[in-house]
Design a protein around this ligand. Structure first.
Ligand code: XIL
Length: 553
């Protein structure tokens, strides 16, 4: 790794971000004819509303599954790992160890998140750790600095913020940086270093935000154009400012992108954290939105303790272990149901649940994924999950089996076969959720065939996680062309027409605007991927117009 050069000329260095309230002096009002001769004109003072910021990157290192959440070590022998010691908030922070040079630290790729010509605000919490001095017990301090770098041929550096940090507590770093308007291309990274200590560095709650143009008010509301609920996946950052305006304008249903997954709700057995989920549900209740619950039984985002006995032994298909796992499944659902009743009563906005997520694997003889749930309980874990969800959440909640790539013929076959078994066994399944993570070039005919196959079995259906990528997972875009966006819009229109022809329970997209798509980091960095209906500036894309055209045609 090369050493970052020192600062270049174009530095926008602000240690503390200050919101400037600009006072504008207006012309005094003209005296009315009845005004007294002694009246002095008083200038009126109009505060200009500060520009709305929207968050383009936020990392709290709280999700064990995301590990370092894309942060990487900077320097030979350096490690940057998620740590659960002394987080600033939540359960984790990033710990950078093995620094042998001042510039050693940690970095994250922000290509596609920062844009030329506009001011970005960067904030993070930092703290020193072990090392960096002869006396490890001494209270150490040092200056920690964050820098935004344009990498590649035309390398440039902007020092965004620095602050004096210590090993005793957390210090906030904030600053702003405006990238020159002529830096229209390039790869960008944000990094952390300390010039005057080699101590370990800790980092938490990194946020990069930028001003967002006003949400368009002249275009039709998607949800307002149909009786079918139109949903989107959200995280906390979508619930304020301009993203919230966009959300409330076009959507009448929410799915928590991560906040209702088992790893968030019950990270440790018996210790529930409903905070992240409540943030989303409170917003939904306040604004009259429905919520699709996601998710209860899944092979991912489920802590290992579910499948481990109290002594740390992995559960087996032994009857006692099976009972333990069934009990844990029920306890998890029961605690959520009780919480919803206590907090929201009759106003509980969650009217459907992904009970089992991603159960299919056409590569297996029985077409089922051999997850830990399957290993311990066998294929009947699916029926057990639905029975339990029905008992716990009651008769009025729509119980969904949710899966991806259901349009692929082999997965369609596996799905049909599973559904036939569940129906024959009297399992209380109401609907199939089709995630619909598609891409430009996906076949509408295959989607249609799957929706027909499920309809033939008499089940209801929902589109739960629609996004239409511009590229395959192994491709990377250098630039996004107007033609690609037009093709995406055309496909979205055809898809939504096909969905509507099958009377869906709801159609939900997986993210509010392109900056917020999971596909920019999964299964690898694709910083320019743009699979959603609104662009990085929250403005409508051809995909929005295609969606609307299908709703109104
Ligand atoms: C994704 C989220 O969008 C990411 O933020 C997270 O890191 C991983 O999970 N199918 C699902 C969703 O059912 O839960 C996944 O969401 C996307 C694929």
């Amino acid at each position: 790794m090369r050493r970052p050069a020192l600062i270049l000329g174009t530095v926008a260095l602000t240690v503390v971000a200050v919101v400037l309230v600009v006072l504008v002096l207006r012309d005094p009002p003209a005296p009315t004819p009845t005004a007294s001769a002694t009246m002095q004109p008083t200038p009126s003072v109009t505060p200009v509303v500060p520009t709305e910021l929207s968050t383009v990157l936020t990392t709290d290192f709280d999700d064990p599954e995301q590990d370092a959440a894309g942060w990487e070590p900077l320097g030979e022998g350096v490690e940057a790992l998620r740590s659960e010691e002394v987080p600033h908030t939540g359960t984790g922070s990033l710990l950078v160890t093995g620094r042998s040079a001042p510039w050693n630290g940690a970095q994250v790729d922000v290509t596609g998140l920062v844009s030329p010509g506009i001011q970005h605000t960067v904030a993070a919490w930092v703290r020193l750790g072990q090392g960096g001095g002869d006396d490890p017990g001494a209270v150490r301090s040092g200056t920690v600095r964050m820098t935004l770098q344009r990498t590649g041929d035309a390398e440039q550096f902007w020092h965004v913020a620095d602050a004096r940090a210590t090993a005793d507590g957390w210090t906030e770093l904030t600053g702003t940086v405006t990238l020159p308007a002529d830096t229209t291309d390039g790869q960008w990274r944000l990094y952390l270093e300390s010039a005057d200590t080699l101590a370990d560095l800790r980092l938490d709650e990194v946020r990069v935000s930028r001003p967002t143009p006003p949400v368009q008010t002249e275009i039709a509301s998607l949800a307002g154009s149909t009786d079918v609920p139109i949903g989107t996946a959200v995280a906390e950052q979508d619930l304020s400012g301009r993203p919230a305006e966009l959300l409330l304008r076009h959507f009448d249903q929410l799915t928590a992108e991560n906040a209702m997954k088992p790893s968030v709700v019950q990270p440790t057995e018996g210790q529930f954290d409903f905070g992240p989920m409540d943030t989303i549900l409170d917003f939904a209740v306040a604004h009259g939105l429905a919520v699709h619950g996601h998710t209860l039984v899944w092979h991912r985002s489920t802590p290992d303790w579910f499948f481990t006995d109290p002594d740390g032994r992995p559960l087996t298909a032994d009857p006692a272990d099976q009972q333990l796992l069934r009990d844990r499944m029920r306890a998890h659902m029961q605690a959520i149901a009780e919480h919803l009743t206590e907090r929201y009563g009759a106003a509980n906005p969650v009217n459907s649940w992904d009970v089992v997520n991603e159960a299919l694997d056409p590569g297996e003889g029985d077409g089922l994924r051999h997850s830990r749930w399957y290993d311990v309980l066998g294929p009947t874990y699916i029926g057990t999950a639905f029975d339990t969800a029905r008992a716990v959440f009651g008769p009025d909640v729509t119980l969904v089996l949710n899966d991806y790539d259901t349009d692929a013929p082999d997965r369609r076959r596996a799905l049909s076969s599973l559904l036939s078994t569940l129906i024959a066994d009297g399992v209380p399944i109401d609907a199939v959720g089709h995630q619909m993570h598609l891409r430009v070039g996906s076949s509408v005919a295959q989607v249609d065939a799957t929706l027909d196959a499920v309809a033939d079995l008499g089940l209801r259906q929902a589109i739960t996680e629609l996004d239409v990528a511009l590229t395959a997972p192994d491709q990377q875009l250098d630039t996004v062309t107007a033609d690609q966006l037009t093709a995406q819009g055309t496909l979205v229109r055809q898809l939504v027409e096909t969905f509507l022809a099958h009377d869906p329970e709801f159609i939900s997209v997986w993210g509010l605007y392109d900056t917020r798509t999971w596909l920019r980091s999964w299964p690898r960095d694709r910083p320019l991927e743009a699979p959603l209906l609104f662009d990085d500036d929250l403005q409508a894309k051809p995909a929005y117009h295609g969606f609307l055209a299908a709703l109104t045609s």
